[in-house]
Design a protein around this ligand. Structure first.
Ligand SMILES: NC(=O)c1ccc[n+]([C@@H]2O[C@H](COP(=O)([O-])OP(=O)(O)OC[C@H]3O[C@@H](n4cnc5c(N)ncnc54)[C@H](OP(=O)(O)O)[C@@H]3O)[C@@H](O)[C@H]2O)c1
Length: 323
């Protein structure tokens, strides 16, 4: 697989990365199949892995650490996230830095994550929620600088809240952030409006997350889909969102070019913008890894195909169910 530059950190990362949320705590996850999927991705050249303490309270981080140890000869980039101290996703504008990321909490969770990973250093440490109002508070900057100086982290990232792609622009201008993780897919195109240009100007890497809109853009969600208790998708694809989502997916399916799946187009949409360093679909099955590797290897979509997908843009506002 080709590689792309990861902003000013200058890492060479695979355009297909790996989202590790579902691996540890989604219902119906098969641990052996997860291991096969992860190993298949490494064999295909995937080298960027995104996890978080919040994914199973360290369970997904332990899976990533084991993967790194199983492949000692490969340079695998590890990214994890510090949970907000109040454990509320997403943050809200009235939350303070002390509610979410006071310096002692940053330090404590960096150490917890390293212990879960079983590594001496994590490449990218991200904030799992963010409010741009915290941008100029130097306490988080100093806490992250210290971790970097001590060699415990390679870079600093911010994972912006769903449907709030500009809620980090002032933060990027501080120069203290190396990467932004943002929802970007055929529906959620708003990061193109301002965020991507700001990242390009400042040398900040873009990690595109949720390329399949949690599965709908992979053709996995139907009008009669149900999800088990405790599965996040039960909330996301609840009564307010399921019907409108399925209607929009049907409209996309109706105009799919011959020989292409919706999942393939959804992934290629994300890598068609050269300002995206890597896209990180969640994958719990080796078959999905193989399909997604093949899709990304087909490369960017042409301008005509992108034009047809642009009309499916769907701007949404954060809601109680959107997490
Ligand atoms: N706040 C944050 O920072 C935050 C929030 C959400 C997500 N994330 C990150 O972003 C990653 C991606 O998001 P996500 O996993 O929530 O959603 P997603 O990538 O949009 O969708 C994942 C779903 O797509 C399915 N899938 C993957 N490849 C497929 C294919 N080729 N054909 C059909 N179905 C396919 C997966 O199935 P299987 O699982 O069965 O393979 C899974 O159900 C997460 O894993 C996490 O690392 C971060």
């Amino acid at each position: 697989m080709d590689t792309r530059t990861f902003g000013r950190l200058d890492w060479r990362v695979s355009p297909l990365g790996y989202g590790m949320w579902g691996l540890a705590n989604w219902a119906g996850t098969d641990a052996e199949e997860v291991q096969r999927a992860l190993d298949a991705s490494v064999a295909a050249g995937v080298n960027f892995f995104d996890t978080a303490w919040g994914y199973g309270r360290g369970a997904s981080e332990r899976i990533l650490g084991a993967l790194v140890r199983r492949h000692p000869g490969q340079r695998l980039y590890t990214a994890t996230k510090i949970p907000p101290k109040n454990l509320q996703w997403p943050s809200r504008p009235e939350f303070t830095l002390d509610d979410c990321f006071p310096p002692d909490h940053i330090r404590a969770f960096a150490e917890k994550s390293l212990a879960n990973l079983g590594l001496e250093r994590v490449d990218l440490l991200q904030f799992h929620v963010w409010e741009d109002g915290w941008a100029r508070d130097e306490r988080w900057q100093r806490a992250m600088d210290d971790l970097r100086r001590e060699g415990l982290i390679g870079g600093v990232g911010v994972s912006v809240n769903r449907w709030e792609p500009t809620n980090c622009l002032e933060t990027l201008r501080t120069g203290a952030v190396d990467a932004v993780q943002v929802i970007y897919n055929i529906f959620d195109q708003a990061p193109e409006d301002e965020l991507f240009a700001a990242c390009a100007a400042l040398g900040v890497a873009v990690i595109a997350r949720v390329p399949f809109d949690e599965g709908s853009l992979a053709g996995q969600v139907r009008a009669d889909s149900t999800f088990p208790e405790g599965d996040f998708r039960r909330i996301y694809f609840g009564p307010e969102n399921l019907g409108p989502t399925v209607a929009r997916v049907d409209a996309l399916q109706a105009e799919l070019p011959e020989g292409h799946s919706l999942a393939e187009l959804a992934l290629r949409f994300c890598i068609s913008d050269a300002r995206v360093s890597t896209v990180i679909p969640g994958m719990r099955r080796a078959a999905h890894v193989r399909a997604n590797v093949a899709a990304v290897e087909r490369g960017a979509l042409d301008a005509a195909a992108m034009g047809r997908l642009r009309v499916h843009r769907w701007d949404r506002r954060p809601a109680a169910w959107s997490l």
